[in-house]
Write a protein that binds this ligand. Structure first.
Ligand SMILES: *Cc1c(COP(=O)(O)O)cnc(C)c1O
Length: 378
């Protein structure tokens, strides 16, 4: 059994993907080919954003927004404690200070009250200038943007949606990667929309920001390639990746999102009352980057994982360590305690999920969890 079956996806899309790759290789248009611009247009239209600017990976996408907003030493950027390292790394990389806030136990996403306490604590101390909030759409579900937007506005902070795991999600009819002052995503192969290597994108409605990003991703170019008006870097999406993404994007919206939601539903029904299943809020739609259950404690979680492993069922712990406990962040001031994150790191377990998962495999995973549960509750 695969955790995320990219081989099954390739078999389903083989004809179109082979053709798309063949076309790029035949044209030898490896950098900035027409597929890149076509993809950007399709993704911008889908998210309802004016601009999509692709780049080399999701981390660069976040970093480029730090540059675009001139975030620097002395600035505070608020980051969830429960997320992938990138979300906080890019703040320190820009020279600014990440300030961690806690998440909600049921959705794994930003806890608005904890965020507000963190902002107040930084203001009260008066050493750092609060500039921006990073919000993550963890495991595929958009965070509670209607509430988070109010906090951003109240404190006059920029809101950056890290939609690396959230592409394809929705709140009502509004799509993920449209909720921040800018949003980013990642095309890492295992993300909801993944390519065959690294890739990423920024989404914005602001024309100046879009122009700036299109310049810095190609060495700070001006009117043409050998006109350099600022210091930039080299962060482009390969034509090959764009060609693959165009095929995979179509599959995602045609049927993959529906299929993966069906898998999640089957898990929900089968595991109801056995373990804590993930909560998708009323009116929210998840693209299920992960299907993550919670167990009562670390011992139960770790034991379940070894039983699954013995049955050849892959599972992952996303994430085993809070951001504030990462060695790379040691020495940072703690402005807000994050007890929910600390607890989640000991109790979460992500199960295999992908749009091509067969019913018998879902049943096998659930049966294994039920057997373990029956043994431990006499
Ligand atoms: C994957 C991920 C990133 C980074 O994306 P890369 O393309 O791997 O650089 C950033 N934030 C979150 C939440 C992610 O899951």
């Amino acid at each position: 059994m695969q955790f995320r079956d990219l081989k099954a996806q390739y078999q389903a899309l083989k004809k179109d993907i082979d053709k798309a790759i063949f076309e790029v290789v035949t044209d030898c248009n490896f950098i900035s080919g027409k597929q890149v611009e076509e993809l950007e247009k399709e993704l911008a239209d889908y998210t309802g954003m004016k601009h999509c600017i692709t780049c080399a990976n999701g981390t660069d996408a976040l970093s480029m927004m730090m540059m675009a907003w001139n975030i620097k030493a002395g600035d505070a950027v608020f980051v969830p404690d429960f997320t992938f390292f990138s979300s906080g790394e890019i703040v320190s990389f820009a020279g600014a200070t990440p300030v961690f806030y806690d998440v909600c136990r049921d959705t794994f996403n930003a806890d608005a009250q904890s965020l507000e306490r963190a902002i107040e604590a930084v203001r009260k101390e008066g050493k750092l200038i609060p500039k921006a909030i990073v919000v993550v759409d963890l495991f595929g579900q958009p965070a509670d943007y209607p509430n988070l937007r109010k906090i951003a506005d109240k404190y006059d902070l920029l809101l950056l949606e890290d939609g690396a795991q959230g592409f394809g999600g929705m709140i009502a009819e509004r799509r993920a990667c449209s909720f921040g002052d800018a949003a980013t995503t990642s095309f890492f192969p295992a993300k909801p929309l993944g390519c065959y290597g690294d890739g990423g994108a920024v989404f914005t409605n602001d024309d100046d920001t879009a122009d700036y990003l299109r310049s810095i991703r190609i060495h700070g170019k001006g009117d043409f390639k050998y006109d350099n008006v600022r210091i930039g870097w080299n962060s482009r999406l390969d034509t090959l990746q764009a060609a693959v993404l165009k095929v995979k994007f179509k599959a995602l919206i045609d049927y993959e999102l529906t299929a993966i939601n069906r898998v999640a539903n089957m898990y929900n029904v089968s595991l109801n009352g056995i373990v804590t299943t993930p909560t998708v809020k009323e009116g929210f739609y998840s693209s299920w980057a992960q299907y993550t259950i919670q167990l009562p404690d670390k011992k139960t979680r770790d034991e379940l994982q070894s039983v699954l492993r013995a049955e050849d069922i892959p599972s992952m712990i996303y994430y085993p360590k809070p951001m504030h406990k990462q060695l790379a962040f040691s020495g940072l001031n703690i402005y807000e305690e994050c007890p929910v994150t600390v607890a989640l790191c000991d109790t979460v377990l992500s199960l295999p999920i992908h749009p091509y998962m067969e019913e018998k495999d879902i049943e096998k995973v659930c049966q294994c969890i039920k057997d373990v549960n029956n043994k431990s509750t006499p």
